[in-house]
Each structure stands twice: as structure tokens, then as C-alpha cells.
Design a protein around this ligand. Structure first.
Ligand code: ZN
Length: 187
């Protein structure tokens, strides 16, 4: 019997693959996070657009400490809005937006837990699911295995999918893609 974690990963992967199909993407196509946000009717805003509303906070995360903020989902009742740090590289932005959209696809609501600074927090299980979803949305397993089989390297694959090389390496490790690429292709 598969473990619960394995079962959840499969469910998240299936949902990611179905979502890619809804967007008309083949396993080899790059997913545009903004097109996905539009498809899900979740508004996405750049942190730099919020300069006028909260110049000090925006400036801090854009210039002084960009690593400290990648993206967040803000709730207004049942509606959610994603704010992401556009000071990050395009590859990081894609990952961060897909992570937040992953929370939406999985219908995660913020946990009632509130930390010392008053921020809403997700729990770690939801975080792991959202990160798995981001990886599965951006890098399709079949596309990944096929690319390796064709002799593409991590850099080639990262460029194709518009992700970081770290994301590709993580997906390869998590999906056993090297091992699968060495096996004969299934008919
Ligand atoms: Zn998250």
C-alpha cells in the first residue's frame, strides 16, 4: 500500500497534470504562471505595484532584503489575491507564483494560527503540498524523463521550462527521473 505522503503526492501530481492539460500544454511546454492565475481567476500583483500603498514595506522587500519575501496569498473573505516579489529572477518568480497558486488549486485556507507578528501561517503539510504542486505544474514528469533520455542536461531543461536549475535538480531527485530515463520507453 502506498504511504499517505505518496498518495498525496500522486493526487497533487495528477491535479497538476490535469491543470496543464486545461491550459492546452503538452508535457514539454512551458507553463506561464500568469496564464494559470488568469485561468483560476486569482488576481496576481507585483510587490512593486504596491509602492504607493506601502512604500516602506515594498522598498524593504524589493531592495534591502529581497530574499525575505517571495510571495504571499492574501485573503479578503473567500477571495484570494497573490502578491509576489518581482525583484526575484523570472525563474524564482515562476516558482513562487506557482507555489501560491498551488495553495489555491488545493483549496488551502489559512490556518487560524497567528504568529507573533500577526501573520497568518500555513502549516508545514500544506507548504510541502504547495511546493510539490509548483514543481509538478512547472516541470512535467514525462517531459522531464523524455528530455533526459534525449541527452538534455539540467541547464537545457531549466531554460525550456523557465525554472531555476535547482528546481530541475529537485524534480529529478524527487521523481527518480534519471533512473526512469535509463529504462526503455513504455509503448
Ligand atoms: Zn506556501
Amino acid at each position: 500500500m502506498p504511504s499517505t505522503a505518496g498518495f498525496v503526492k500522486k493526487h497533487v501530481t495528477d491535479l497538476a497534470c490535469e491543470t496543464r492539460v486545461e491550459l492546452g500544454l503538452s508535457p514539454f511546454d512551458r507553463l506561464d504562471p500568469h496564464a494559470l492565475a488568469e485561468h483560476l481567476a486569482i488576481p496576481v500583483r507585483k510587490l512593486s505595484e504596491l509602492r504607493d500603498e506601502n512604500p516602506r514595506a515594498a522598498e524593504y522587500f524589493l531592495s534591502r532584503d529581497p530574499g525575505a519575501f517571495s510571495g504571499v496569498t492574501v485573503f479578503y473573505g473567500t477571495e484570494r489575491i497573490i502578491i509576489y516579489n518581482d525583484a526575484h529572477s523570472p525563474a524564482r518568480q515562476a516558482s513562487n507564483i506557482c507555489h501560491e497558486l498551488g495553495h489555491g488549486l488545493l483549496l488551502h485556507n489559512p490556518t487560524p494560527a497567528v504568529d507573533g507578528s500577526g501573520c497568518r501561517e500555513w502549516d508545514q503539510v500544506m507548504e510541502d503540498q504547495a511546493q510539490w504542486m509548483a514543481g509538478a505544474l512547472l516541470i512535467h514528469e514525462v517531459g522531464l524523463v523524455t528530455a533526459l533520455r534525449r541527452g538534455k542536461d539540467v541547464g537545457d531543461i531549466a531554460r525550456r521550462y523557465g525554472t531555476s536549475k535547482d528546481m530541475v535538480t529537485w524534480r529529478i531527485n524527487m521523481t527518480g527521473a534519471y533512473r526512469r530515463a535509463r529504462q526503455p520507453a513504455r509503448k
